[in-house]
Design a protein around this ligand. Structure first.
Ligand code: NAD
Length: 291
């Protein structure tokens, strides 16, 4: 079945590879980018985001099956926050109504393994509060302090994006409307975004410490595209709110095996019985100790 997709950042790297893959599979793709595409728009500004949404809706005749919100910047400047968080959220929110007519609507954002790096907490909170003025004021201040301080802008923008996806995905707007909303978290991908960094021994050594990738080394953009394409395909029915790390292992190396520790402070019996009751509707019963 031919589906219609909007793909942002389609002029380069992962977005270009995703658009090409979806087209090869027979789907229709409306590419959005500041450089070139079916819709040329600047996702760093509110006006540009409106133009992007209007342009896609015009091209699609108001009806979409999937959104791949992938455009991004990785510079130590405030615009990185504007594009990566606010541009992505505005596109997903603005195009969501067009998914209502689809039999199998899907949405995905490109986040990053950089979500696992240190972030600027007040900046992340300003993003999550939807306060772009405050977020950009904080970001502009960090940018003015130079590239070392500005380096926190990219991870902060991606942490905010992945947290927004987790917050939004289970709500009536997405899950309640039958729309799986997720993100991908790539490790280092060979695209123009990182070309300079991976061109030198010093750059590669710096990255190896921050982004350990024991499985198969750096990614090609096509390898991320394959996951994005699956997440917006009809096959994805129940993945909800996840940031799926496609990172050669950096998440597991950095976070270790116990990502379930949040559970441990709560008495197990209560959680288990209440959770079972909530999901099955069965009455809560005392757990019987084994043996
Ligand atoms: P890229 O630079 O090759 O492509 C990014 C695209 O986004 C470009 O075509 C660019 O024109 C577009 N874009 C940038 N600013 C824009 C704006 N204001 N309005 C509209 N379009 C804009 O980089 P890529 O590696 O393909 O990046 C794609 C996504 O993957 C980004 O969100 C990036 O943060 C993420 N990512 C990349 C890597 C990596 O190692 N390359 C790792 C993790 C996550």
């Amino acid at each position: 079945m031919t589906r219609t997709y909007a793909v942002t950042g389609s002029a380069s790297g992962i977005g270009q590879a995703t658009a090409a893959l979806l087209r090869r599979r027979g789907h229709r793709v409306i590419g959005v980018d500041v450089r070139s595409g079916d819709v040329v728009a600047d996702l760093s500004t509110p006006r540009g985001r409106e133009e992007a949404v209007e342009g896609v809706l015009d091209e699609a005749g108001g009806r979409l099956d999937g959104i791949v919100a992938n455009a991004g910047l990785a510079l130590p400047v405030a615009a990185t926050v504007a594009v990566n968080h606010f541009g992505t959220v505005a596109l997903l929110d603005g195009l969501r109504p067009a998914l209502a007519c689809s039999r199998a609507p899907r949405a995905v954002a490109t986040s990053s393994m950089a979500t696992l790096m240190p972030v600027h907490a007040p900046l992340v909170e300003a993003c999550l509060a939807g306060d772009e003025d405050l977020a950009l004021a904080i970001a502009t201040d960090l940018e003015a302090q130079g590239p070392e301080a500005g380096a926190v802008l990219y991870p902060s923008s991606k942490r905010a994006l992945s947290r927004w996806v987790r917050r939004e995905a289970p709500t009536s707007r997405w899950a309640g409307a039958g729309i799986p909303l997720n993100a991908v978290g790539p490790g280092i991908v060979r695209t123009p975004m990182v070309a300079d960094m991976i061109a030198t021994d010093a750059g590669r050594a710096g990255l190896a410490a921050a982004v350990p990738m024991p499985l198969n080394g750096y990614l090609e953009p096509e390898q991320v595209a394959a996951l994005l394409a699956w997440l917006v395909s009809e096959e994805n029915t129940h993945v909800c709110g996840q940031t799926i790390y496609v990172d050669g292992g950096s998440d597991v190396v950095l976070r270790g095996d116990d990502v379930w520790a949040w559970h441990d402070a709560v008495p197990t019996t209560t959680v288990t019985a209440a959770a079972i009751a909530a999901t099955t509707g069965a009455p809560v019963r005392e757990a019987v100790p084994a043996g």
